[in-house]
Design a protein around this ligand. Structure first.
Ligand code: ZN
Length: 516
């Protein structure tokens, strides 16, 4: 019979428990010293090993191994507990067993000593779902615990438990398991199963597990189920374009003014059956996350996310301004309320994407783009064709439409220190949009500019509402550009639809000195 991975790879001893060393240490010490308590509260996010640990502790309390580490995982008791048939371990799902009848049963049952084991263990899962009456009954038992009875309460929401119960339990908080630990385990599992998997694919699963081993194993399970190699593409298929990386990507595209790519990404998500309104709502949530990581120094608990996913958010938050986050949330919220009444909500969300991606484009070129790209966890490959194709085929003869965004204050985007700008290739070929580089190429082809200025290899470093900054590498070039300032201003104005002053920048300190 087929068994789900998260069941067949459930840890049977402390050794197999992932990422909860702090808890293993406490419980092992207590078992060794014989100082285990009569009530525990295991709290933590789903899939971090709470019920597995409860079973391991139950085994440790009843293990028959004469010496060595307990639980051994091999004696009759350990095996029976693992199979869920040991009579003195009672697992109760509080969500479905919180009626009066269940409580009466429980209260009667705790009065009986263990039938065969040393200790009788009650594992109460989803303990926060206990009804008021059930919680009261449990409290009475916890106040006067019968001998040889141990309660283990497991919950994802400890704050919902009455403080009277909390105060009578030894509370152990389960951490989200780090991606590294999950990934290492997945590699082992694939080896054992003889499954071929791309390291990239497993890393993507580990990141989407968001600290939950069980969620990760379920996803791995589904990816393995189809025959063949587990590839990154297959994982993305199963993820259904709803993971955090989709919104990291989309926001990155918007920041880089990649309108076409952003529309293609939306198209891909909708093609997979994602609801357009839900998509926009999730995106707003992503901007909220960016807002939180920008201001909260330790946002892990607030966002309920793994450390690694927080780090990805922080990387993106570093390159987005508060104004941009604010504008994006407003823009998307407006689009959402508009889309609610529209028969074609998709076009409204598409329009919002275009607005967000082209806003402030004239202010600054995306200087951080090339250095930040390798850190972006996932790049969704745009399909070669799609409904967004017309956007990519903007007629090259009318560059004003794309280069001149709505007038905005210069504080909208961080203006990079011009001294540090290095000539970088712009992603012109991919987007079909007019970058600084392409604009400058056109200006430098204009006949009004002298051949000497045109061939000296200058770079348009930055363009703001009032200024365009040209980087030159020596003072001779600088002189030449000063002479032709009037023509340059004129040509740039023709291409961008706005009059701007010329600022010259000598970018090479050594050359600068030698020419002085
Ligand atoms: Zn044992």
């Amino acid at each position: 019979m087929y068994q789900a991975l998260y069941r067949s790879y459930r840890p049977e001893t402390f050794q197999g428990l992932l990422g909860q060393d702090h808890i293993v240490r406490v419980l092992k010490n207590q078992l060794d010293a014989g100082t285990t308590g009569h009530a525990y509260l295991f709290s933590g996010t789903r899939g971090t090993g709470k019920t597995s640990t409860a079973r391991i502790l139950a085994k440790g309390l009843n293990c028959l191994a004469p010496q060595g580490e307990r639980p051994c995982g091999e004696c009759a008791v350990c095996r029976e507990i693992a199979a869920g048939v040991f009579v003195d371990v009672i697992e109760i799902d509080a969500a479905s067993n919180n009626g009066v009848e269940n409580i009466r049963e429980l209260r009667e049952s705790v009065n009986y000593p263990p039938a065969v084991g040393r200790k009788k263990i009650y594992v109460i899962d989803e303990a926060h779902m206990l009804s008021q009456a059930a919680a009261n009954a449990l409290l009475k038992t916890l106040e006067e615990p019968p001998a040889n009875i141990v309660f283990i309460l497991a919950t994802t929401e400890p704050q919902k438990l009455p403080s009277t119960i909390l105060s009578r339990c030894l509370r152990l908080d389960f951490h989200r398991v780090s991606e590294k630990v999950i990934l290492e385990r997945f590699i082992e599992i694939c080896d054992e199963l003889g499954v071929e998997a791309e390291p990239d694919a497993l890393a993507l699963i580990a990141s989407n597990a968001d600290g939950s081993v069980r969620d990760g194993l379920s996803l791995l399970d589904r990816c393995i189920a189809g025959a063949g190699v587990v590839t990154r593409e297959r994982v993305l298929e199963f993820l259904g374009m709803c993971g955090q990386e989709v919104f990291l990507d989309l926001t990155g595209m918007v920041l880089d003014h990649q309108v076409g790519e952003a529309l293609l990404l939306l198209d891909g998500a909708l093609a997979q059956g994602k609801d357009v309104n839900q998509f926009a709502r999730d995106w707003v949530e992503h901007f909220r996350h960016l807002l939180v990581v920008k201001y909260v120094s330790n946002p892990q608990a607030m966002l309920n996310m793994s450390l690694e996913n927080i780090k990805r958010l922080q990387q993106q938050a570093e390159r987005i301004t508060l104004d941009k986050i604010k504008d994006s949330i407003i823009e998307l919220s407006e689009a959402l309320s508009e889309a609610k009444w529209s028969t074609r909500p998709r076009v409204i969300v598409e329009l919002a994407i275009v607005r967000l991606a082209s806003a402030g484009y004239a202010q600054v070129r995306p200087v951080l783009q090339e250095t930040e790209k390798p850190d972006m966890p996932v790049a969704v490959r745009p399909k070669p064709t799609g409904p967004a194709a017309p956007v990519r085929d903007v007629p090259q003869a009318e560059p004003e439409a794309l280069i001149a965004g709505p007038p905005q204050s210069e504080s909208m985007e961080p203006i990079a220190n011009p001294q540090r700008i290095e000539p970088e290739p712009q992603p012109v070929a991919h987007t079909g949009e007019l970058s600084c580089e392409e604009l400058w190429n056109r200006v430098m082809q204009d006949e009004r500019i002298s051949k000497m200025a045109r061939t000296c290899g200058s770079v348009l470093a930055e363009i703001t509402d009032h200024l365009f900054t040209v980087e030159v590498s020596n003072s001779i070039q600088e002189e030449q550009f000063k002479k032709e300032e009037k023509q340059l201003v004129e040509v740039v104005e023709e291409y961008t639809g706005r009059k701007r002053r010329l600022q010259l920048l000598l970018n090479d300190a050594e050359t600068q000195e030698s020419f002085l």
